[in-house]
Design a protein around this ligand. Sequence first.
Ligand SMILES: Cc1cc2nc3c(=O)[nH]c(=O)nc-3n(C[C@H](O)[C@H](O)[C@H](O)COP(=O)(O)OP(=O)(O)OC[C@H]3O[C@@H](n4cnc5c(N)ncnc54)[C@H](O)[C@@H]3O)c2cc1C
Length: 449
Amino acid sequence: MTEKHYEVIVVGGGITGAALLYELARYTDIKSIALVEKYEGLATLNSRGTANSQTIHCGDIETNYTFEKAQAVKKKADMIVKYGLQHGYNEKFMLQGQKMAMAVGDAEVEALKERFEQFKTLYPYLEFYTKADLKEIEPKIIFDDNGNERTDNVVAMGVKSGIYTTVDYGAMTNSLADNAKKEPNKNVEVYLNSKVEFIEQIGGKFSIRTENKLSLTADAVVVNAGAHSLFLAHKMGYGKDMGTLSMAGSFYLTKEKLLNGKVYMMQSPKLPFAALHGDPDILANGCTRFGPTALPLPKLERYHDNVGSFLECMKTMKLGKDTFKIFFDLLADKDIRNYITRQVLFEVPIINKKLFVLDARKIVPSLKEDQIYYAKGFGGVRPQVLDKKNHVLMLGEASIDTSDGIIFNMTPSPGATSCLGNAYRDTLKVCEFLGKKFDEAKFNAELVE
Ligand SMILES: Cc1cc2nc3c(=O)[nH]c(=O)nc-3n(C[C@H](O)[C@H](O)[C@H](O)COP(=O)(O)OP(=O)(O)OC[C@H]3O[C@@H](n4cnc5c(N)ncnc54)[C@H](O)[C@@H]3O)c2cc1C
């Protein structure tokens, strides 16, 4: 097969890879770009509409974000909405809705009141809801099945309408790639069924070997292969001081629509992953999806190639004294230990549903076991990065910029919300490396201002 050369190759056809393909094609003078994806379609893993919570995490109701993190994600989240409106995807795969962060019990109520005062400066549309307000706007979170009000103190902050809250990120991924291909005077190609096995830097260019024997070369490469990015980085000798902890997230679906909008819980600052929430699922007729759970899973992906994924995960986790120290420190905390134990039990047949319902009743007090079912085939894996030098579990995204023309990105939540913002960061880096132009004015006009 003849070798094909591109100025840039993006590895991985999830939403991170597709967003980068789009920005490189639309806002730069780079002429030839390829996206290489191992499966038969784009967004078949974590970016699939049923794999994640479909939330635009802009930071207003995510009580696990600090004010600074909220400021940063808001900018990126706004880009999603601007992209959707620009191309007319609103009310198609990008929807408006009601959403709120809810506090239960006196301590949480006090913390939420304080948070509201601070966060309304960043999100002026935020409203504060008393228990009486909530009876009207989200009655299931107040009344039990006998119609009695819950006795605990409950308040919330949120918005009832006028804000885009929800995206089918799988549909958005495909739209980004389609729009990239439509850019005039550009050679934009998408290779499917092409698993990248090895990337080698020879002379001034990168040579990419795929399982189906494609022969591709590029001047610059960005690896957006989700949980597999670090696996590929290790193969090239990069990121050796990092490992991956795969945290699987599963969901339970209700048989009918229970909630009118998204209901998020107050986050315990000690817990490493976002608290359980309830979301109307736009791919399941608005029925409520509760979750996600957070289960450590020795696989880089779910629902495909079990053995291969297990072996790749073990290699990427890089078990050793540094990783064990991180796990030991985490489990030494009683609250985290109890949390992890519960999460593991949520996956054990027979008892899983009983236990899950007990937790979800903090949101909907009347919830019964026969109202929910395990959402088979839903959910995905959050590739959390283990920083072995500093012995910590990193909770956000991580990126290895080698400054040598290749970048590797690991993107746990809120990676889908951040895709256009992360693509902007990498587009600038690629342009600088290749000496190419970035049309900042067009980018700002379309996605920022
Ligand atoms: C349970 C759960 C809930 C979440 N909820 C939200 C949410 O509500 N909002 C939000 O913003 N984010 C959410 N996230 C996070 C979000 O889903 C991810 O951050 C995002 O989808 C990551 O996109 P990605 O393109 O980086 O990775 P992925 O979607 O995993 O895509 C990686 C791609 O790379 C391909 N690939 C892998 N290896 C190779 C190889 N060797 N060669 C070629 N291709 C390869 C894969 O096949 C895949 O298509 C959630 C995640 C989970 C698991």
